[in-house]
Design a protein around this ligand. Structure first.
Ligand code: HEM
Ligand SMILES: Nc1nc2c(c(=O)[nH]1)N[C@H]1C(S)=C(S)[C@@H](COP(=O)(O)O)O[C@H]1N2
Ligand SMILES: [Mo]
Length: 403
């Protein structure tokens, strides 16, 4: 009797596969390279728009944002979340095309190969993490036990860094995949980096696979982008939010009850405390309504992607700044009735925002007194500003460096 090694007797379904066993043309380098291009562009857009959103909330002196262009933050964050959704089918498709590489043997051939594979591991983990937590966040499913923004920000650098390393390493392969065999996606020439399966019958399938990915991506985008591009609202079946669904035709993120300010905000003796170089004064809602009123059509542009334009009236912030003895372009620190400790309790208006025609302490919305849930008795509305900084239920304004 011949003594055979146990392994070679394994039935075929127990055998660990090798990349060459995966015969589908979707694993072809041409498909991999094209998906990589789209995914790379998506990660670049996500990183840049994400950084812009971060810098709005954590300003730096060397790259300040101003109130113009008025629509920029709405576009920025709408793009971030729309591209974020679109990344889901792209990543799934990319993982499907490359997963045979998981079975490469030997798993590592040297330190360079080990580094290369480790960077792919970081890239996949970080990207999948961003997508899963990002989508949960915009659906307000805060099921993770950590602060989303801080972790998302740190992981963004990890994902972007790993993407740079990965693209750097793969650049030559990508060029060859696009140039030689891939000049035509339908070509039978498997090219220099021929996939394990260079079969001649696969042209339409490669194209078909990429076509399906494109259709899935466009479909997902069409069904969600209506939360930002409001004319498409009717088909936004998968969008987390209807931006017009709320009192006075505008969505509410946090209600007065949720913020615990119902009583304070409806109190008879509410008065705005205005602190400035000339001292402290108190202005009732009647006092504020007696000042010069201005109208501004401006969106609430939530960091979570949804946005909607609305018509506001109220007192110009620069009028309040000068009334307090400050200059019309002094920065203003805003304090809400909401209890300190939450990140929504305060915000800061840089001088350039204070000086802008459309930066208001808003008193009305859509021609009526502000709804309690929209920030009655008074709230901030300013152009090119993340929703989180449009502080509701304002109790105090501190002008200049009087703080
Ligand atoms: C590789 C992919 C991604 C990168 C590099 C990225 C990057 C960033 C960065 C740098 C920020 C700013 C965080 C801060 O203000 O400190 C941000 C914010 C945000 N991202 Fe992403 N992101 C990615 C994917 C996603 C996805 C897939 C979604 C959901 C569809 C998403 C949703 C959000 C949301 C809602 C915010 C606002 C958070 C807040 O200010 O509260 N992101 N992103
Ligand atoms: N005091 C306070 N202001 C706040 C909030 C809050 O929770 N508390 N939420 C902010 C967020 S995240 C957004 S998107 C806008 C929403 O404004 P709206 O509810 O009037 O649409 O209010 C902002 N102002
Ligand atoms: Mo928001």
């Amino acid at each position: 009797m011949v003594n055979r090694p146990l392994l070679s007797n394994r039935p075929s379904w127990l055998r660990i596969p090798e990349p060459g066993d995966f015969r589908s043309p979707v694993h072809d380098k041409r498909v991999v390279a094209r998906l990589g291009l789209f995914l790379g562009a998506a990660i670049l857009i996500l990183f840049v728009t994400g950084l812009i959103s971060h810098l709005h909330q954590h300003p730096v002196s060397w790259l300040p944002f101003g109130p113009e262009p008025v629509w920029a933050y709405r576009l920025n964050q709408g793009l971030h979340v729309a591209v974020g959704f679109a990344t889901l089918p792209l990543v799934l498709a990319k993982l499907y095309t490359v997963y045979p590489q998981f079975f490469v043997r030997p798993p590592v051939t040297g330190w360079q190969h080990a580094l290369e594979r480790a960077s792919v591991g970081v890239l996949v983990a970080a990207t999948v993490f961003q997508i899963v937590t990002g989508i949960l966040n915009v659906f307000k499913l805060y099921v993770f036990g950590f602060s989303f923004t801080g972790v998302h920000y740190a992981t963004a650098w990890l994902a972007f860094g790993a993407a740079l390393v990965h693209v750097g390493i793969k650049l030559p392969v990508m060029f060859r995949a696009f140039a030689a065999g891939a000049r035509n996606l339908d070509s039978d020439d498997p090219g220099p980096d021929r996939s394990p399966n260079g079969d001649a019958t696969d042209g339409t399938t490669r194209r078909g696979f990429l076509g399906s990915v494109a259709v899935a991506t466009l479909f997902l985008t069409a069904l969600t982008v209506g939360q930002t591009v409001t004319p498409l609202r009717a088909v936004a079946l998968l969008a987390p939010r209807d931006p017009f669904d709320g009192p006075q035709g505008l969505a509410v993120n946090k209600t007065a009850r949720g913020a615990g300010v119902e009583e304070l905000a409806t109190a008879e003796d509410w008065a705005l405390e205005l602190v400035g170089p000339a001292g402290t004064s108190h202005l009732t809602r009647a006092d504020l309504l007696a000042m010069s009123q201005h109208e501004a059509v401006l969106p609430i542009a939530c960091v979570e992607g949804w946005s909607a334009s609305a018509r506001w009236t109220g007192v110009r912030m620069r009028d309040l700044a000068t009334l307090s003895g400050g200059r019309p372009d002094d920065p203003v620190h805003v304090v809400s009735l909401q209890e300190a400790g939450t990140s929504y309790a305060t915000s800061d208006l840089p001088g350039s925002y204070v000086a802008h025609d459309d930066t208001l302490l808003a008193l009305t919305l859509a021609g009526e007194d502000l709804d309690l849930d929209h920030g009655f008795p008074a709230r901030i509305i300013a152009p090119n500003r993340p929703g989180v900084l449009q502080t509701k239920w304002v109790s105090r304004l501190v002008v200049g460096n009087a703080a």
